[in-house]
Structures are given as structure tokens and as C-alpha cells.
Design a protein. Structure first.
Length: 235
């Protein structure tokens, strides 16, 4: 998302939107989606869309703030790779939140950050909690948001939600593995993370997060390599 001359400029081409619309039926009924889009595009109120975007913004900011706290805790515990992982996720979540904020601004709504009590524990607990939260987003939060957006079919809102959802899904398998560890075994999972070589890069358009240097355009938003930012390990 970007702004030019005070006007919001959609970063999504029509071709990209059509592509994303073609995968939307995984969460929405295609016929209902098409019919409602035709009926309601241009309604000008976007009440439901504003509600979803507001909740999505708060959810992503809450995740961002937790990851910032988790990073700090991991550094205190001298778990460099865990801190690096949390730091990369914190940046990705911020990209998602800012995308929603920008769409809301374009719709004339300034969103205020809600006050949230952060729950920061030890790194092993933080890792397990974050894995559970990520799975919630993948399995229920984003599919629900997309179903709700179906009614008004605001193009940028749907595309932005799809980007966030797909970016979270990039690590679904790894996250599932993490949630299997309990008690003593979480320690083993942390040790494993600490042994691998990580080199995080984040697409600043959609929040896609890679743990290696990208060699091709973003898998999620299809933007060029130039949109990736290398994430430096926190100190
Ligand atoms: Fe996110
Ligand atoms: Fe991307």
C-alpha cells in the first residue's frame, strides 16, 4: 500500500485481484460472492468492511506488540535465533496492520490503537503461545474475516486480508510442529531453532516472511525482489 499526493493508490493490479478472487472460493461460495459483489459495489457505506478492517488492524497490532515483547525476552534469555524469529514476525505483523490502517484512512476512518495488556512469559511459553495464536489466525480468524468481507466486496480489503492470511499460512507446517511440543520437549524445540541458520527477509507489500534470501518475486503478492527487506538480527 502507498499514498501519493494524499490519495491512496491501490498496489494491486486488476490481474492480481482476479487471481486472488479465483482462490477466494476456498473460503467463500463463488456464486454468492459474485452476486453480492455486483449488487453492492459502490454502495459507498462499507460498514461491514470498516468493522472487519478495524478488528484486523487491532489483531495484527496486538500480535506485533507481543512479538516485540517476545523478542526482548528471548534476548534476555540469550536465545538469539528465537529472538530473531520473533523480531521478523513482529515486522511482518506491522506490515499487515499498516495495510489495514491505510485502507481505513482511504475510507475516511482514523483507527485508534486499543489498549491491550500484553502477556509476555518465558521464551518457551511465548513460542508455544505464538504458535497457537498463529494457527487460530490461519484456521478461523482470517477465513471469518474473508467471509464477512464477501458482502461488500471491497477490493483492497479482500486482497489485503488474503495477503495476510497467505503470509501466515507460509509457516503453517512449522507452527503445527511447534504446538506438538509440551513441557520438556519445548526445550528441545528451542534448541533446534537455535542450531539452524536463519536469514529472514520480509516482503514489505504483503508481509511474506522467508527464512532465506529470496531468489524470485514474492509468492504471495507477486511483487519483485526489490520489495523484500532483509531483517537484521536484533541485538
Ligand atoms: Fe499478520
Ligand atoms: Fe509480497
Amino acid at each position: 500500500m502507498r499514498e501519493e499526493g494524499g490519495l491512496r493508490v491501490s498496489p494491486f493490479s486488476r490481474r492480481e485481484f482476479l487471481y486472488l478472487a479465483s482462490v477466494l472460493p476456498f473460503v467463500c461460495s463463488p456464486s454468492a460472492w459474485a452476486a453480492q459483489r455486483k449488487a453492492q459495489t459502490g454502495s459507498g457505506t462499507w460498514q461491514q468492511t470498516l468493522g472487519v478492517l478495524g478488528r484486523a488492524y487491532q489483531a495484527e497490532m496486538t500480535a506485533h506488540e507481543h512479538y516485540v515483547g517476545y523478542t526482548q525476552k528471548a534476548l534476555e534469555e540469550e536465545l538469539g535465533n528465537v529472538a530473531y524469529l520473533f523480531h521478523a514476525f513482529s515486522i511482518s505483523e506491522k506490515v499487515h496492520a499498516e495495510n489495514y490502517q491505510l485502507i481505513l484512512k482511504g475510507l475516511g476512518t482514523e483507527v485508534e490503537r486499543a489498549v491491550v495488556r500484553l502477556q509476555i512469559a518465558d521464551s518457551r511459553t511465548n513460542l508455544r503461545r505464538s504458535a497457537i495464536k498463529e494457527l487460530e489466525k490461519i484456521k478461523s480468524l482470517y477465513p471469518d474475516f474473508l467471509r464477512e468481507l464477501e458482502g461488500e466486496s471491497h477490493e483492497d480489503a479482500i486482497v489485503s486480508c488474503m495477503y495476510s492470511w497467505k503470509s501466515h499460512r507460509q509457516h503453517e507446517q512449522k507452527i503445527k510442529e511447534l504446538t506438538k511440543y509440551k513441557g520438556f520437549f519445548v526445550r528441545a524445540a528451542v534448541s533446534r531453532i537455535e542450531r539452524v541458520k536463519l536469514d529472514f527477509h520480509i516482503c514489505m507489500v504483503c508481509g511474506a516472511t522467508l527464512d532465506r534470501e529470496p531468489t524470485s518475486p514474492c509468492d504471495i503478492c507477486n511483487r519483485s525482489l526489490a520489495n523484500y527487506r532483509k531483517v537484521e538480527a536484533p541485538a
